[in-house]
Write a protein that binds this ligand. Structure first.
Ligand code: ATP
Length: 581
């Protein structure tokens, strides 16, 4: 397939904001694509080169891309930078300048999807001496053969800012739609689907979702849908060693509300303030993943022998919370402390003694060859109880009771808080495990004031003492596939390293995410999630969310939380309404 065909789809997607329309465009395209092109095409349409669970990253800075444009077009660096300032988007710069250039020379080769995909993937795997130069060459080589339109999208893919709005939900529906249609043999408009057909369509959506839940990779899902239809999708299974998404919780207003949501009686557990650890064991091999599906086995290598000796199973996938504690007093420490361990690459051994963690296991999703996703929570828990041997302050099951008594839950909550935990989790005894979903099979009960998890989408250089840092952050909430700004926040980070996350650290991280610079401000890729406390949510026309925060302050950097799980606009609206009451 020609890469140009993919670019035409990008353009079509860009021209509409309607999700249904986008779904239709993608579905039609996938249906026509050859099976051998499908994996690359599905990833490219999402602006990705690797599936979710894959650790490889493109890792190319805007500056290098600008250099590649210089090299390709032969135009001056100044000219490129001027255009970049003017349009704010290097993709458009590449498009415009390749246009100018290609009128002068005609040295194009047609670009094939495979070639583009492979070259882009190479960017992520190059290592060692001369890497930067080799990356530069690879990009320039692609741009030299590209049409203006292709140049725009090659650059945006490299910078991971595709902006055509193909979120997970759209991709799921499009794959279902594409292959549902194939079965029916003609093109549907969604509103035309007859009731019995709609059931079939929903069955497809469920199957695509299941396959995605266990593989975290739409390219594999599309391929198996195309090859083997529903049967192929249903057969996709959990692989030990490959992370799956974790189940998420809803929030309960109070104990009564919690009980209503999960039915009585329910399981009640401490909500530890640590980080989610998905632990895979296959024989003696142990791997640990965060909820962002990043592998952290080497950072927590002391956990590996512990799992071997304390978990009796040939193969299993456990869901747990690792909590840090003070080795002298034994008291739990807030998440911020162990977050240092997640990032640490050196001196891991020392860290393990200074900041030990306790593993609190609370669920199991796979056991000795069998997926437990569709088993009841109480049946999963029974297996867990049989296979885990507890050892104080090292590993064990989360503190757990089964009850329907409000009084008992209240007492358990007080006990949990006293030990330095965040609150409680209430769990439905009869519910299956839904990866990646916030469906209310478990709910959290936290007594403290609600904070927001907002994503940094831009920043500004400080003044005076703070001039060397990006010290004011533009934060946004999530609205479908879009980011809606909620305001600026500049207080709460630290100036000295010993006190917590510093402005310097934040500046370093943000600099690697810059996609656009304008004067003293930058626009960054939406990756960093910060927890923000505030006095009040106000209505405001100044920001795209329609809201602004009074006296916002950063209370933590949520390095374990992916941007896709940030506070949503809907949640902001609810908080606003609640506050008015
Ligand atoms: P929060 O900001 O409240 O931590 P969150 O968005 O990080 O919420 P939720 O899924 O809403 O995550 O809340 C549940 C989280 O609590 C889990 O992701 C897990 O990391 C943690 N947790 C601590 N103890 C438990 C437990 N016993 N059972 C389930 N989750 C637990």
């Amino acid at each position: 397939m020609k890469y140009e065909n993919v670019c035409e789809v990008y353009e079509a997607l860009e021209s509409t904001t309607k999700r249904l329309e986008k779904t239709r465009i993608i579905a039609e395209f996938l249906r026509k694509a050859k099976v051998e092109d499908l994996p690359a095409v599905v990833l490219l349409l999402q602006g990705r080169l690797f599936p979710n669970w894959d650790e490889r990253k493109i890792g190319v800075a805007s500056k290098l891309v600008a250099k590649a444009i210089v090299l390709t077009t032969g135009l001056s660096k100044d000219r490129i930078e001027k255009e970049w300032k003017k349009t704010g988007d290097l993709g458009t710069v590449a498009e415009n300048l390749v246009k100018v250039k290609s009128q002068a020379t005609l040295s194009r080769h047609e670009l094939d999807v495979k070639k583009v995909f492979e070259n882009l993937r190479k960017l992520a795997t190059l290592e060692g001496a001369g890497t930067v130069d080799r990356k530069l060459k690879l990009i320039a080589e692609l741009l030299t053969s590209a049409t203006p339109l292709e140049a725009r999208f090659i650059v945006r893919t490299i910078l991971e800012v595709l902006r055509v709005g193909t979120g997970e939900g759209t991709m799921r529906d499009a794959i279902a739609w594409a292959f549902f249609e194939k079965e029916m043999g003609f093109m549907y408009k969604e509103e035309d689907i007859e009731v019995e057909d709609r059931e079939r369509y929903n069955r497809y959506i469920g199957a695509v979702q299941h396959a995605y839940d266990v593989t975290n990779d739409f390219s594999a899902v599309a391929e198996s849908a195309k090859k083997d239809g529903l049967e192929g999708l249903d057969k996709e299974a959990i692989t030990v060693g490959k992370p799956i998404k974790v189940m998420l919780a809803l929030k309960a207003e109070d104990i009564e509300d919690g009980l209503e949501r999960v039915d009585r009686p329910c399981a009640v557990e401490f909500k530890y303030d640590g980080f989610r650890m998905q632990i895979h064991k296959k024989g003696a091999e142990v791997k640990i993943f965060t909820r962002r599906l990043e592998e952290v086995t080497s950072q927590f290598s002391e956990v590996v022998p512990l799992i071997r000796s304390h978990v009796k199973a040939d193969a299993c996938i456990l869901d747990s919370e690792g909590v840090g504690y003070n080795p002298k007093t034994g008291r739990y420490l807030p998440f911020q402390h162990i977050s240092q361990r997640i990032k640490r690459k050196y001196g891991i051994g020392e860290m393990a003694t200074e900041l030990p963690i306790e593993i609190n296991i609370f669920d199991i999703v796979y056991h000795n060859g069998k997926s437990l996703l569709n088993e009841n929570y109480e049946d999963r828990y029974a297996i867990l109880k049989k296979i885990v041997k507890a050892e104080k302050k090292k590993i064990g099951l989360a503190e757990h009771i089964i009850t329907d008594s409000k009084k008992e839950i209240e007492a358990f909550l007080q006990k949990s808080l006293k030990q330095g935990n965040e609150g409680l989790m209430l769990k439905n005894l009869k519910a299956p495990y839904k990866p990646g979903a916030r469906v209310g099979h478990m709910v959290k009960l936290k007594p403290v004031l609600e904070t927001l998890d907002l994503v940094v989408v831009g920043a500004e250089w400080g003044e005076g003492k703070r001039a060397k840092w990006l010290s004011s952050y533009i934060v946004a909430c999530k609205d479908g596939d879009e980011w809606k700004e909620v305001g600026r926040v500049s207080s709460g980070l630290k100036e000295k390293e010993s006190e917590g996350v510093t402005y310097e650290e934040m500046t370093r991280e943000l600099k690697s995410l810059v996609v656009e610079e304008k004067g003293r401000s930058v626009i960054v890729k939406p990756k960093i999630v910060i927890e923000v406390i505030y006095e009040e949510i106000q209505q405001s026309p100044s920001y795209t969310s329609g809201f602004a925060l009074r006296f916002p302050r950063i209370i933590s950097v949520r390095s374990e939380k992916p941007a896709s799980e940030a506070t949503t606009l809907k949640q902001m609206e609810n908080l606003y309404k609640k506050q008015k009451k």
